[in-house]
Design a protein around this ligand. Structure first.
Ligand code: NAI
Length: 257
């Protein structure tokens, strides 16, 4: 069996991926604030490092795959920090354990929101690994209702760009590690529960993310793709953000391929 480390494994997409893999007989080491194998806070540099070390230790030094799901969608600076550094720094820290696997794989969760308008200075500060600048810019954005909700799309745009930039390098492709992201549309999880509970919330969400195929789906719709991307079968897909969104990307971007 393969050993998977899954962040955000206590809820939603991460939890579902962990359940499917465990049922298949794979070994899963969950990372989350609480309630799974490794309790850790991915919003701080120390928390990311400690969680990666503990997960690699529990795995016995060799990790076959990482599925990074942990994220927040609140209009606060912590969303930028968890969604971006909570994935990228965690992955950098656990990479040595991946290089010991015979078939290492990594998949991250981006979002359809990565295509929405962003604040370029925040995206640039994230990609420059400048956490102080990120805090400063995101704090200013959070204070203004016109920009507070742009923190989330900016963090996800940065994730998709990071995957594209990193995947072909020596650290990932060069080390035989396919690195990819999945961009879900609207998924029915605790993150979207409140939003989807009201008619207005649903109408607003569906206007941003029109999903002609099967509309609102549960977390297994995303978990299965994350599992394929991190399976041995994926030997050639790298650097991609794959939209798993009921056709929303095709509606919004049309033939602009
Ligand atoms: P969820 O809220 O059910 O699960 C997210 C998990 O991340 C929770 O268990 C939470 O405790 C954990 N987490 C949050 N902050 C953390 C921290 N500081 N340290 C460690 N763990 C932390 O949400 P869901 O829907 O499963 O989201 C998973 C990923 O999918 C997120 O990255 C989200 O942005 C993304 N996504 C979700 C969509 C949706 O419609 N639900 C759409 C597009 C992307």
């Amino acid at each position: 069996s393969r050993t998977y480390v899954i962040t955000g494994a206590a809820s939603g997409i991460g939890r579902t991926a962990a359940e499917i893999l465990t049922a298949r007989g794979e070994r899963v080491i969950g990372v989350d604030l609480q309630g799974v194998d490794v309790s850790g806070d991915l919003s701080t540099p120390e928390g990311r490092l400690a969680a990666a070390e503990e997960a690699a230790g529990l795995a016995g030094g060799t990790v076959d795959a990482v599925i990074a799901c942990a994220g927040l969608s609140i209009p606060k600076p912590i969303t930028a920090s968890v969604n971006f550094f909570g994935m990228t720094e965690f992955l950098e820290a656990i990479r040595p354990a991946l290089t010991r696997s015979e078939a290492p794989r990594v998949a991250l969760v981006s979002s359809m929101a990565s295509m929405q308008p962003v604040v370029p200075s925040l995206v640039d500060a994230l990609l420059a690994d400048d956490e102080a600048a990120v805090d400063e810019i995101a704090t200013r954005m959070a204070e203004d209702p016109r920009t507070a909700n742009v923190i989330y799309p900016s963090s996800k745009r940065a994730i998709s760009r990071w995957v594209r930039r990193e995947a072909p390098t020596e650290r990932w492709a060069g080390a035989g590690i396919p690195l990819n992201a999945v961009a879900p549309g609207t998924v029915v999880t605790p993150m979207t529960k409140e939003l989807l509970a009201s008619d207005e919330g649903r109408a607003l969400t569906d206007a941003y993310v029109p999903m002609p195929l099967n509309s609102h789906q549960g977390p297994e719709s995303i978990a299965h793709l994350l599992i394929w991307l991190t399976s041995i079968e994926n030997s050639h897909c790298a650097g991609q953000t794959i939209y798993c969104d009921g056709g929303a990307d095709a509606v919004l971007r049309g033939e602009d391929v």
